[in-house]
Design a protein around this ligand. Structure first.
Ligand code: CO8
Length: 261
């Protein structure tokens, strides 16, 4: 197993891989080495047959307070452009297994964008979201302006991106950016995220991957194309053992035993 310095990888539940961001002194600021480790760990869990879903979390105080400002401070345009600075962030969105963000405390800038790259967001009542990049003389660079639009609409996205103001878990919930706010208490949001991940991991993997792929396609396609894409994937699942098993189990009034094939 690989040794990590900026994250902790564990397996807390049935079929669940948990990645805990672990730079407490910097409020989990997303440095390049941290993101390299995160990409490595998510790819490894994605390829692991024992794992059906992933959870990414931080600490009670901070999910992640953004990209590492101290690392970025002295970089020039030539540095960031030529070295494709932070381009590898996009890799997270290519993971096939569902990823749940369990957010407590600060999820600012790149931290908010990291949560938005995940498939499901659960938040503690203490969560504080925001895209404060405007206060640093820049704009979001990890999808904030694009994914937020889809999640909460133009007017709110404009307000948040242009004022840099923070917003609460309750606001994020009322706008539909997150699934829900969990009950207060230390560790509650991670516990709840693990439960959701276990529920997903207990299903047939092929159908889960297909479901994620189809939902994500809605971001890229027109309604007509998306509906056709969905129908084709739906048709394709009739070639799987899990479809035979799932429907037979229903008819025979028993629990399905997925072979993930
Ligand atoms: N980068 C580096 N270090 C950080 C960061 C950060 N983003 N956030 C906090 N820290 C460090 C602090 O410098 C401090 O370190 P030290 O003890 O050495 O001084 C330590 O963490 C604790 O922080 P504070 O003392 O500031 O703690 P407070 O409780 O007083 O404040 C805040 C907490 C409000 C979260 C405050 O730390 C803060 O405002 N942080 C910066 C938030 C921010 O602006 N984030 C956006 C960063 S820019 C970004 O994310 C761009 C994304 C681009 C993605 C591009 C992808 C392609």
């Amino acid at each position: 197993a690989k040794e990590y310095e900026n994250i902790i990888v564990s397996r807390p539940g049935n079929g669940v891989g948990l990645i805990t961001l672990n730079r407490p002194k910097a409020l989990n600021a997303l440095s390049s080495p941290l993101f390299e480790e995160l990409n490595y760990a998510t790819a490894e869990l994605d390829g692991d047959n024992e794992i059906g879903a992933l959870v990414i979390t931080g600490s009670e105080r901070a999910f992640a307070a953004g990209a590492d400002i101290k690392e970025m401070k002295d970089k020039t345009f030539a540095d960031v452009y030529q070295n494709k600075f932070l381009e590898n962030w996009g890799k997270l969105a290519t993971i096939r297994k569902p990823i749940i963000a369990a957010v407590s405390g600060y999820a600012l800038g790149g931290g908010c964008e990291l949560a938005l790259m995940c498939d499901i967001i659960l938040a503690s009542p203490t969560a504080v979201f925001g895209q404060p990049e405007i206060n640093l003389g820049v704009i979001p660079g990890g999808g904030g302006t694009q994914r937020l639009i889809h999640a909460i609409g133009k007017s709110r996205t404009m307000e948040l991106v242009l004022t840099g103001r923070n917003f609460s878990a309750a606001e994020a919930e009322s706008w539909g950016m997150i699934s829900r706010v969990v009950k207060e208490g230390e560790g509650e949001v991670v516990k709840e995220a693990i439960k959701v991940a276990e529920a997903i991991a207990s299903k047939g993997r092929l159908a889960v991957h297909a479901g994620k792929e189809a939902v994500n396609a809605a971001y890229e396609m027109s309604l007509a194309e998306g509906l056709r894409f969905e129908r084709r994937i739906f048709h394709g699942l009739f070639a799987t053992q899990d479809q035979k098993e799932g429907m037979s189990a229903f008819a025979e009034k028993r629990k399905a035993n997925w072979s993930h094939s």
